[in-house]
Write a protein that binds this ligand. Structure first.
Ligand SMILES: [Fe+2]
Length: 319
């Protein structure tokens, strides 16, 4: 079982309708798909892989070796060697992560590798353009104006566009810890450039975990909680997780196009059933900053209570 692979070649030509239909289907189920011929330069993708691997070696590896998850796992392995029964580690992830958008905002780029900044900035700009192109397709697929989702996320300002670079180093005991625990993503649309050799990412599809198969030069796309809200539940954000592996240092570069913190998110009026008075089956209206406050505390829990928490009387909503 694998997630759909969609060829974007001719998206602006004769195959447009067929490709849009595949994207609509991928957004509905399983909420994950991968794109090929997406227009992002393959040479650039190769360079991203190289600078991220160098950055990990130079600036991150030692820190990871000293990190809490590594210490917790080593402790569990030692306890087991002494004959004790050990529990799985539940509250940590076997992951090294750094946020590139914070480097942009604070101009705190690493000095080595020297072409890191230039490569990542070019990558982010191409990913941003591809994301906006997809959001236009998604808006049209939902029967909305082409710019609807982009404008909804901008909230009169501009969207939040972040990039997170993660490594999942070789793990001696993948049975005792997760790479990332199961969760859905908080934001809008997520574009992931993942390792083309080391597997690990899985998505929940009809109650079964299926692999997001490594595929060279592909870009993985998934929908987050905010697209679920805007689409009034048509595009449900999918649960996913990463399993660590014994061999290989898995790379994952995830870029997320989210609403501005000031944006007020709600289901698109065209997608609400107006025949039902005060339709409680529709998604609530809330400030994205409020959602993120709840998400940061409940990321690994069921998502419905997060939306429920946003269902407050109008006078209590902080916008
Ligand atoms: Fe995620």
């Amino acid at each position: 079982m694998a997630i759909p692979v969609i060829d974007m070649k001719n998206i602006d030509g004769a195959d447009r309708d067929a490709i849009m239909a595949k994207i609509a289907k991928g957004c509905e189920t399983p909420g994950f798909f991968q794109l090929i011929n997406h227009g992002i330069d393959h040479g650039l993708l190769d360079r991203v892989k190289v600078v991220c691997a160098e950055q990990y070696k130079i600036n991150r590896e030692q820190q990871f070796k000293d990190s809490l998850p590594v210490r917790a796992l080593n402790k569990a392995i030692a306890a087991e060697a002494e004959g004790n029964e050990v529990d799985k580690i539940q509250n940590m992830d076997w992951e090294d992560v750094f946020q590139v958008h914070e480097m942009c905002d604070t101009n705190s780029w690493p000095t080595e590798p020297k072409d890191f900044r230039e490569t990542i900035e070019e990558f982010r700009s191409q990913i941003f353009a591809l994301t906006e192109k997809l959001l236009e397709i998604i808006s049209l697929n939902l029967g909305l104006e082409k710019g609807y989702v982009k404008e909804a996320f901008a909230g009169g300002d501009k969207p939040f566009f972040g990039t997170k670079v993660s490594h999942y180093p070789p793990c001696p005991r993948p049975d005792l810890i997760k790479g990332i625990r199961p969760h859905t993503d908080a934001g809008g649309l997520i574009l992931l450039y993942q390792d083309d050799e080391v597997p690990g990412l899985q998505v929940l599809d009809n109650g079964r975990w299926i692999d997001v198969q490594p595929l060279r030069y592909s870009i993985v796309v998934n929908t987050g909680d905010q697209l679920e809200a805007v689409s009034n539940g048509k595009y449900k954000s999918a649960w996913h997780r990463i399993l660590p592996t014994k061999n290989g240092n898995r790379l994952s570069v995830a870029s997320f196009y989210n609403p501005s913190y000031k944006a007020v998110v709600s289901a698109a009026p065209e997608l609400i059933n107006l025949n039902i008075a005060d339709d409680l089956s529709s998604y609530p209206k809330y400030l994205f900053a409020d959602y993120m406050r709840v998400y940061s505390e409940q990321k690994y829990e069921e998502k419905e209570p997060r939306f429920q928490a946003m269902r407050k009387p109008t006078e209590q909503i902080s916008y």
